[in-house]
Design a protein around this ligand. Sequence first.
Ligand code: HEC
Length: 106
Amino acid sequence: MNKIILGVSIFFMSMPAISADLAVGKSLSKQCAVCHGKDGISRHPETPNLAGLSALYIEKALVDYKKGSRHDRRMSLIAQSMSKDDMKNLGAWYAAFKLTVEVPQI
Ligand code: HEC
């Protein structure tokens, strides 16, 4: 019996928590592009890139802006109207971007 419970627990733990919808994330991201860039790479020095960040990090940042444990005059306002699903879908969308990194040679 314990083995079955353990097996089932491992199965659920290895599944991504409720799967996100990339198409919804893509559609929602149109309102982010003006600051974070259409490709998730920001052209404003004050605004961070979102492309390639982990979904978990993006979701947590958005939750924090909404709760008030992280504050920014723009993001705190934007996050207020976001649902948990919006945050999850946006996180999944930007996390799916593939980046190529070149480490400086010094
Ligand atoms: C008006 C400009 C603007 C818009 C529109 C905007 N952002 Fe931001 N965003 C910012 C700025 C500026 C920061 C940096 C704030 C800070 O210092 O905490 C930021 C930070 C973030 C961060 C934290 C990134 C990090 O590296 O910690 C996330 C995640 C984020 N934005 C997601 C979004 C999403 C998703 C949208 C669209 C729904 C969006 N933003 C729309 C300006 C914007």
